[in-house]
Design a protein around this ligand. Structure first.
Ligand code: CP
Length: 306
């Protein structure tokens, strides 16, 4: 792999993304605990989480442990010298000294890029504010590819908070590059940022809608996102849009028989629990797929597999 850090999905060519999928397929039995591996024995993963996480942090930890490596880090900067005023650059220098690869989640867009400039060890972006979440995008694409086949043949509806949702930012870039048809469904105040929309409209077939009912009729994949309450500068603005879109069986029955529902999780109210056991739901499988994908990435950035 010609890259060292994983900051943006645009750091990967389509061929490199497909190579990650090939390795992730090989990792699946290890991720499921059916086979063992010691490919990263003696290596240490540093996890620096300045924002809460369940899936990203735990799946990275699971991936590293399954590969025979070990993990150090924090899930709450409140217990670190950041509260004494230590800068991100110095925190990264310390993580670089104590570990072999760094996974960083930070509330500020651009933080992962900045961190990569201070670290000689690989830095993996685990979400930077409303910026990007490239490892989520890899597991999202892997899920689409395994469940539906060729990514470019799909019509993917992205619904919810397209303004602040970093998962849909990186996913939209990648879907477009693979040639998928994309429909964006959001309230007007939460539309996809202009810069990303321009890229999509130049590279693929893209539509915008406020009606989820209409959009779902022709969708192969319905990708639902949470309204990112924590990113709203004014709580009153959040209340105007909270609960606007809800996916339930009545809605899904308007769509194709083989439509699948994805969500990066956590969900709040946007997917009814009745969907969980339906043939449409893929979001828990999607979350599991984070383990083999992150195993593949760790092996690649550590140079164990090329
Ligand atoms: N999808 C995702 O990033 O989940 P977490 O915030 O729980 O890591």
């Amino acid at each position: 792999m010609p890259f060292k850090h994983v900051v943006s999905i645009n750091d990967f060519s389509n061929e490199e993304i497909l190579r990650v999928f090939e390795i992730a397929e090989e990792m699946l039995p290890i991720a499921e605990g059916k086979k063992t591996s010691n490919s990263l024995s003696g290596k240490i993963l540093g996890t620096l989480f300045f924002e809460p996480s369940t899936r990203t942090r735990l799946s990275f930890e699971s991936a590293m442990n399954r590969l025979g490596g070990s993990v150090l880090g924090f899930s709450d900067p409140g217990g670190t010298s950041i509260v004494k005023g230590e800068t991100l650059a110095d925190t990264i220098r310390m993580a670089e000294a104590y570990s072999d690869v760094i996974v960083l989640r930070h509330p500020r867009e651009g933080a992962a890029r900045l961190a990569s400039e201070f670290s000689r060890k690989p830095v993996i972006n685990a979400g930077d504010g409303a910026g990007q979440h490239p490892t989520q995008t890899l597991l999202d694409l892997f899920t689409i590819s395994r469940e539906k086949g060729d990514i470019g043949d799909q019509h993917v509806v992205l619904v919810g908070d397209l303004k602040y949702g970093r998962t849909v930012h990186s996913l939209a870039y990648a879907l477009s590059r693979f040639g998928a048809e994309i429909t964006l469904v959001s309230p007007p105040q939460l539309q996809m940022p202009e810069e990303i929309y321009s890229f999509l409209s130049e590279s693929s077939e893209v539509h915008q809608s406020e009606s989820l009912e209409k959009a779902v009729e022709d969708a192969d994949v319905l990708y639902v996102t949470r309204i990112q309450k924590e990113r709203f500068p004014d709580p009153a603005e959040y209340l105007q849009v909270a609960g606007m879109y809800r996916v339930d069986l009545d809605l899904l029955n308007l769509g194709k028989d083989d439509i699948i529902v994805m969500h990066p999780l956590p969900r709040v109210e946007e997917i009814a629990p009745e969907v969980d056991l339906s043939p449409y739901a893929r979001y828990f499988q999607q979350a599991f797929n984070g383990v083999p994908i992150r195993m593949a990435l760790l092996n690649l950035v550590m140079g164990v597999i090329d």
